[in-house]
Ligand binder design. Structure first.
Ligand code: HEM
Length: 507
């Protein structure tokens, strides 16, 4: 015997049945529409949403992150909500700890994020939650978390500096007055490094069909266009454009095709060269995974993770040094003390040993301080799974995008004190020893359960490059007083790069 709504409905005469069916469908569609509208609030006319939609913020601020910083500073809780994006943004360390650690399970990357970056990152570690994330994290941790990993990373970085970076910069120094884009140099350097470290392959030696610069361009474009999807007031727009293969979505598809070619080439080469005895990340994954598409996704996530972040960190570091010769001098003095001074012949020991590097607290402090003001990942979003209330009292509705904002956090007086805008490495030193702060106050490498796996490697790379260049060269930034503006992307990239003139040091 049948009970309930279906029994009742079937016992009605046919015209009523049709009427009832139409009513149900219309009601469901209307509810769905109202639900979507409530989520994206495209009509919201509050001052912040109006400014976002019309981009009127740009008349006062160079970068979106500067405008958000301004709003977050004004907010008594350090949290704001952009209705049109259904996005809660916070610069409050207690909230950050809640999202990234205490209620980690309630704040996954979520399906919307996966959709936005899905075409580029697929099922790579950056773009997944749950079991797939756990599996990749465990595998990658074996590689990146091992005790010997820092010295292994150090070896690769040192050889890259000695055999490529220094010769390249020396040849530029020889052509006096020649302008060089240091950001571009750092991106190429980091790309070589991350490939050697993660895949055991040197892009300089790969038998590629495409030159690296083709790949670079395609990779940049794909990252930029993917990030722009996240900034759209409604996801429906880019999804429609993708279905119709129009405009930026068409360009994104073409760029991803080129990126895919390189990844395929890398996997093919690794197979040809053998992977069973290799220690690199790709070989480890190849031992367990047969699916080339999955391997491609893993490869791309690590490229995104390792290339642009280190290059971005180094670019802002050298831009800040150009305005703070006293910091550069303090780094030189420290390195002279630890490594010995530059000899009479002008030849300096360019590369420090791994142990020497660990003794250079001021250098470490300067790098942390530089990323406080210019974090390579300026903001990062999660999605709220179930209704929740943040420690500062902000209610978060299920389905809301929740963003913690390292860029704004580095510029909050309530976190860093009255000199928060000053580039001051000393704030990281206690009795001359580097002393870190809570990662929830400084989530530059994220924090909690998904904390960056490449942090130590990144720091080793940045310190090695910094010390080698500072000891050997004088680097003049062409426009030191021009504040950086950033190209939208997954990591902070300075529009126009970092043009510099390089000369060999004489003192
Ligand atoms: C200065 C350099 C770097 C910074 C500032 C940085 C920052 C970050 C941030 C903010 C995240 C979280 C991103 C998210 O969940 O959306 C992250 C995750 C990650 N990073 Fe880094 N990163 C750096 C360098 C590296 C390097 C060199 C590697 C690899 C060799 C790496 C590997 C990873 C991986 C695998 C994850 C994903 C962790 C997970 O989801 O469990 N990172 N990093």
């Amino acid at each position: 015997m049948e009970f309930g709504a279906s029994f009742w409905y079937k016992s009605l005469p046919t015209p009523f049945c049709i009427l009832f069916f139409s009513f149900t469908v219309s009601f469901t569609l209307l509810s769905l529409l109202l639900f979507i509208l409530r989520l994206i609030k495209p009509w919201c006319n509050c001052e912040i949403c109006r400014s976002y939609v019309t981009q009127s913020w740009s008349s006062e601020f160079d970068n979106l992150c500067d405008w958000y910083t301004h709003l977050l500073r004004k907010s008594p809780t350090g949290t704001i909500h952009i209705h049109v994006l259904s996005n809660t943004i916070t610069a409050n360390p207690e909230n950050v700890e809640h999202i990234l650690k205490t209620r980690f399970e309630n704040y996954p990357k979520g399906k919307s994020f996966s959709a936005i970056l899905g075409d580029l990152l697929g099922k790579g570690i950056f773009n997944v939650d749950g079991d797939s994330w756990k599996f990749q994290r465990k595998m990658a941790s074996l590689e990146l978390g091992s005790v010997s990993i820092r010295s292994y990373a150090f070896e690769i970085v040192s050889s890259e500096i000695q055999t490529r970076l220094i010769p390249l910069l020396s040849s530029h120094a020889a052509q006096k007055g020649n302008i060089l884009d240091l950001q571009d140099v750092f991106r190429r350097f980091s790309f070589d490094n991350i490939c050697r470290f993660s895949f055991g392959l040197d892009p300089g030696c790969l038998q590629l069909m495409l030159s690296i610069s083709d790949f670079d361009k395609a990779f940049d474009l794909a990252s930029k266009l993917s990030a722009e999807r996240a900034m759209a007031a409604s996801q429906l727009i880019w999804k429609l454009k993708r279905t119709l293969n129009l405009g930026t979505e068409k360009k994104l598809k073409q760029a991803i095709k080129i990126v895919d070619l390189l990844a395929e080439e890398m996997i093919k080469n690794r197979r040809k060269m053998g992977f069973s005895t290799q220690k690199d990340l790709l070989s480890r994954f190849m031992g367990t995974i047969d699916d080339d598409q999955y391997l491609r996704d893993i490869v791309i996530s690590f490229l995104v993770a390792g290339r642009d972040t280190v290059a971005s960190g180094l670019t802002s570091f050298f831009w800040l040094l150009a305005q703070h010769p006293e910091v550069e001098k303090a780094i030189r003095d420290e390195s002279d003390r630890v490594m010995g001074p530059v000899s009479q012949s002008g030849l300096a020991q360019e590369l420090s040993s791994f142990d020497q590097m660990r003794e250079m607290y001021y250098l470490q402090a300067a790098i942390y301080e530089s990323m406080r003001l210019y974090p390579p990942v300026q903001f990062d979003s999660k999605f709220c799974e179930e209704d929740d209330t943040l420690p500062d009292g902000t209610f978060v509705r299920k389905g809301t995008r929740v963003t913690y904002h390292p860029y704004a956090m580095g510029r909050m007086e309530r976190i860093w004190g009255p000199d928060h805008l000053k580039f001051k490495p000393e704030r990281w030193l206690q009795s001359g020893v580097f002393t870190p702060v809570s990662p929830f106050k400084y989530p530059v490498f994220q924090a909690g359960l998904r904390v960056c796996l490449g942090k130590e490697m990144a720091l080793v790379a940045m310190k090695s490059v910094a010390i080698s260049l500072i000891r050997r060269f004088d680097i003049q930034v062409v426009t030191p007083s021009q504040a950086p503006t950033f190209v939208p992307g997954l990591t902070a990239t300075v529009r126009g790069g970092l043009p510099v003139v390089i000369s060999e040091r004489r003192d």
